[in-house]
Design a protein around this ligand. Structure first.
Ligand code: NDP
Ligand SMILES: O=C(O)C1=N[C@H](C(=O)O)C[C@H](O)C1
Length: 258
């Protein structure tokens, strides 16, 4: 029996690609959700009435929708006892706490970015940060995305910031962040992590991590040219979750990089 994959937000940019990639991976499409149920024109699977109905029809659900839906979606996963893949970005601390709580009952992969290259980038970022003293090397993260993106900084930029903080033996909250600089900002804080977000055109996703010291700069950049790379990774995560124990997993677990 093929694994039945349900897709929350099936009509979205990612939702449509997830449906294609699920079928390409040999899975069955259980259905999808939209904010207004029923409008299924041109979609490869039925639009079910709500997230509960989607979980009831699915072995695993993949969600690339909106942060405001995350808490209800993870609660539905826990209520149904089904695994869940969450790719949505822009979650608040409270919404992330809801994800962690649900992961005590069901297995969840929650990843800021499902591209293999980005997950290698995150591992390298942590090592770079551990090697470069924060008193000398200022960490700045610059990202650019398409004009439709609704959250900033991107989930991947935040994950890079967290990786830098981990490498420095601290947390993003404790290190401090600087974003959206404008006007009389004062001098840059030592050890804080800077974020800058650019929006325009149809850029799929670009992230640069820069360490800037007085006498040298070192930067690492990742560019995605096709958002299908995220869909392939998310479907891989959904299949990987079959039979897993409850817990909060990341793409590094799926890729064997943990
Ligand atoms: N982790 C990763 O690797 C990646 C993450 N993302 C993230 O995935 C998310 C979606 O991106 P993208 O596909 O480009 O966005 P889209 O806006 O194209 O699609 C999102 C879909 O979710 C549905 N939706 C919107 N708001 C809600 C809501 N409040 N409740 C339920 N469903 C909702 C909409 O469905 P409808 O209009 O039919 O109601 C919409 O089609 C973003 O957070 C983005 O950052 C994107 C790419 C990669
Ligand atoms: O909204 C997007 O498009 C993307 N969102 C994710 C993020 O916020 O990091 C991943 C990728 O950059 C594309």
């Amino acid at each position: 029996m093929p694994v039945r994959i349900g897709i929350a937000g099936i009509a979205g940019r990612m939702g449509r690609l997830l449906a294609e990639e699920a079928l390409a991976a040999g899975a069955a499409l259980a259905g999808g959700t939209r904010r207004e149920a029923g409008a299924a024109a041109g979609l490869p699977a039925p639009v079910l009435p709500d997230i509960g109905a989607l979980f009831a029809a699915s072995d695993v659900v993949i969600d690339f929708t909106h942060a405001s839906a995350a808490a209800a979606h993870v609660a539905a996963a826990a209520a149904a006892g089904r695994p869940f893949v969450l790719g949505t970005s822009g979650l608040s601390a409270e919404q992330e706490a809801a994800v962690a709580a649900a992961a005590r009952q069901v297995p969840i992969v929650y990843a800021a970015n499902f591209a293999p290259g980005v997950n290698l980038f995150l591992a390298i970022a942590e090592r770079m940060a551990a090697a470069l003293p924060p008193e000398q090397y200022d960490a700045e993260i610059v990202e650019m995305h398409h004009r439709q993106k609704v959250d900033a900084p991107s989930g991947t930029a935040v994950a890079l910031g967290r990786a830098v903080a981990r490498g420095r033996g601290t947390t993003l909250e404790a290190a401090g962040t600087e974003s959206g600089r404008d006007g009389h900002t004062g001098a840059r804080g030592t050890g804080s992590i800077g974020f800058a977000a650019l929006r325009g055109g149809q850029v799929v996703g670009e992230h640069t991590l820069l360490f800037a010291a007085a006498s040298e700069h070192i930067a690492l950049t990742h560019r995605s040219f096709d958002r299908r790379v995220y869909a392939t990774g998310a479907v891989r995560a959904a299949l990987w979750l079959q039979g897993k124990a409850p817990g909060l997993y990341d793409m590094k677990h799926v890729l064997g990089m943990a």
